[in-house]
Design a protein around this ligand. Structure first.
Ligand code: ADP
Ligand code: MG
Length: 263
């Protein structure tokens, strides 16, 4: 596999700031002067204190939210709204309870007006990739939380986006299921070649999955540090005991403690 280092930048963020205006007119400075680039095909994870602007950043990248100052570009074009080259996965599975798993995965095809026959072939392939073959005609409530999130990932990939944005996708799962999902997601990423930006509360999850861990400061969120994780792929859960893993976790905790003192 070619090195991530040789790939082009897919996302460029320059001097990005976001100020929310509350209804009372009060300003909430959510993001301040974020500068970073994300290479095509890389896996970036984002950690930071609660309320530091992680979801705000992701919603801006998804084109769901406008920003106050700075520049944000994807594939060389400024982000002006939602884009076809982006898929999004949220914390709680937002599958429609009355539709089967297959029909949920097919939803973007209906919304985006894709060729339904081709989309259906792809939906079956994706459901196989996330290991849900045989569950196509079940309803979401007949699946476990982890399976529902795998269906959400399949749905986010249906229109073959270049970028997958994930906002604490495994936050609602128990620890064991979560570790299995981390292994699954690594496999899906390696198979699909997508660029992934994943927000998490879990420092081990961030290090396990990331080529780079973006560590944010407390609000207004800025980038405290970018920590490269050079551990070889495919990583097994044992990697969590490796000296480099432990050292990265220590660095991140230290940044958190430092950040909290400004709260
Ligand atoms: P995180 O995902 O890191 O927990 P968020 O991006 O959700 O943080 O929020 C960052 C800050 O912006 C928080 O202080 C939050 O209360 C505030 N915020 C988020 N959305 C809005 C909004 N629509 N209006 C005003 N303030 C908001
Ligand atoms: Mg959030």
């Amino acid at each position: 596999m070619d090195s991530v280092m040789e790939r082009r930048d897919y996302i460029r963020i320059e001097q990005l700031s976001k100020v929310y205006r509350g209804r009372d007119g009060q300003a909430v400075h959510a993001l301040q002067n974020i500068d970073c680039t994300i290479r095509e095909g890389s896996f970036v994870t984002v950690v930071g204190p609660s309320g530091c602007g992680k979801s705000t950043l992701l919603r801006i990248l998804a084109g769901l939210l406008d920003y106050s100052t700075g520049r944000v570009a994807m594939d060389g074009q400024p982000i002006l709204g939602t884009r076809r080259d982006v898929g999004m996965v949220f914390q709680s599975s937002i599958l429609l309870p009355w539709r089967t798993i297959l029909d949920n995965v097919m939803l973007p095809a209906e919304v985006l007006g894709l060729d339904l026959r081709k989309a259906k072939v792809r939906a079956f392939e994706l459901l196989e990739m996330v290991r849900l073959q045989g569950f196509e005609h079940k309803l979401p409530t007949q699946l476990s939380g982890g399976m529902q999130q795998r269906a959400s990932i399949a749905r986010a990939l249906l229109h073959d986006p270049k970028v997958l944005l994930m906002d604490e996708p495994f936050g609602a799962l128990d620890a064991m299921t979560r570790e299995q999902m981390n292994l699954e997601l690594q496999r899906i990423w390696q198979m699909s070649g997508k660029t992934i930006v994943l927000i998490t509360h879990s420092i081990p999850e961030a290090i396990f999955l990331g080529d780079y861990v973006f560590v944010m400061t407390a609000r207004p969120g800025s980038l405290a540090r970018i920590i490269p994780v050079d551990l070889p792929r495919a990583r097994s859960l044992d990697v969590m005991g490796a000296p480099q893993f432990v050292e990265a976790a220590r660095q991140i905790r230290e940044l958190f403690n430092h950040s909290a003192s400004f709260d």
